[in-house]
Design a protein around this ligand. Structure first.
Ligand code: DOR
Ligand code: ZN
Length: 332
């Protein structure tokens, strides 16, 4: 069997949810990744030092071996003391959700100016700003492009602030990240490297591919792939794996989110292999993200073998990406 070795992968953007489902989602993630950045859009949101401590403890009790980097949801009410306490509790980043832009973001930022003092304190404290970069009022396919000006503004106003433009979906955002200073970086998901809008609505409706930001045009996907293959440390992996129960995706008001955790690494290997870029994968999944967050790279190595397997139709009550399809690589 053909095999490859990779560093133990990191995932710098994961949704683990809360309540009874959390343990199974976390266990599945821990089989694939050594270290994760956990998103705060639970209900209620992760928005205090106590919430961070409790959430981390809940994750740890499900999977003690999973290393978790915590985030809080940005709002305009935090004081400098709140931010310091959240940092002490283990937060490495705050997540900026424009209000209403995606799942559980109704309490997000509705007034851009109002969060600037908080962001200024984050810059002083060395807290990373992760942004869901979409302008909710714009036409759905233009939302990311319309948000670029905000990232440019934040980068100019807070030159020491580390900014992650999350889950890029457009060539325009890739171009912006390349153009902006070194402390502005981006995560790329596996589903945006694979899909275009055709995979969501081009044929019959595919609710399990529906996510925010929407996948866009083939040329956008190509720009994302070139960014991933480039070996530029500004681009690293964040899956945005976002499980929703099957019924919530298939109902009359389908939730946004692609559940990619169970298949993300095998799919990435396949995508990089097809492009003859396997040599760029170790840094993308186990290097650049750690460097950016200022944490040591993993020393542990994972071995993967090339042997067909069929992705289950359902994992933890949710339909995973590539359900029922054949993948070629798996962990050994
Ligand atoms: O599709 C998405 N789902 N995009 C996000 O930004 C959030 C996520 C979720 O939490 O379900
Ligand atoms: Zn997300």
């Amino acid at each position: 069997m053909q095999t490859i070795e990779l560093p133990l992968p990191d995932d710098f953007h994961v949704h683990l949810r809360q309540g009874p489902a959390l343990a199974s989602y976390a266990k599945t993630v821990s089989k694939e990744f050594g270290r994760i950045l956990v998103m705060p859009n639970t209900v209620p949101p992760i928005a205090s030092a106590k919430a961070i401590l409790d959430y981390r403890a809940e994750i740890k009790s499900a999977v003690p071996e999973l290393e978790t980097l915590m985030t809080f949801k940005l709002n305009s009410k935090y004081t400098a003391m709140d931010l310091e306490q959240m940092k002490l509790a283990g937060a490495v980043a705050g997540k900026y959700y424009p209000a209403g832009v995606t799942t559980n973001s109704e309490d997000g930022v509705s007034d851009f100016e109002s969060v600037l003092p908080v962001i200024s304190e984050m810059e002083k404290l060395g807290l990373v700003l992760c942004v869901h970069g979409e302008e909710p009022s714009a036409f759905c396919l233009d939302r990311e492009k319309e948000f670029i000006k905000r990232v440019e503004f934040l980068s100019a106003k807070f030159p020491k602030l580390k900014i992650v433009f999350e889950h890029l979906s457009t060539a325009a955002a890739v171009e912006a990240v390349l153009r902006l200073p070194q402390n502005v970086v981006a995560t790329l998901t596996v589903h945006h490297l694979l899909q275009t809008l055709d995979d969501v609505v081009g044929g019959s409706l595919s609710p399990h591919h529906f996510c925010k930001p929407l996948p866009k045009r083939p040329e956008d996907r190509e720009a994302l792939r070139q960014a991933a293959f480039s070996g530029n440390p500004k681009f690293f992996f964040g899956s945005d794996s976002a499980p929703h129960e099957k019924e919530k995706k298939e109902g009359p008001c389908g939730a946004a989110g692609v559940y990619s955790a169970p298949v993300a690494v095998p799919l990435l290997i396949e995508i990089f292999e097809r492009a003859y870029k396997l040599n760029k994968l170790p840094d993308f999944i186990g290097g650049f993200g750690a460097d950016f967050y200022g944490i040591p790279r993993h020393k542990e190595i994972r071995k993967y073998g090339k042997e067909d397997w069929i992705v289950p139709q359902i994992v933890n009550g949710a339909v995973p990406l590539f359900a029922g399809k054949t993948l070629h690589w798996h962990k050994i």
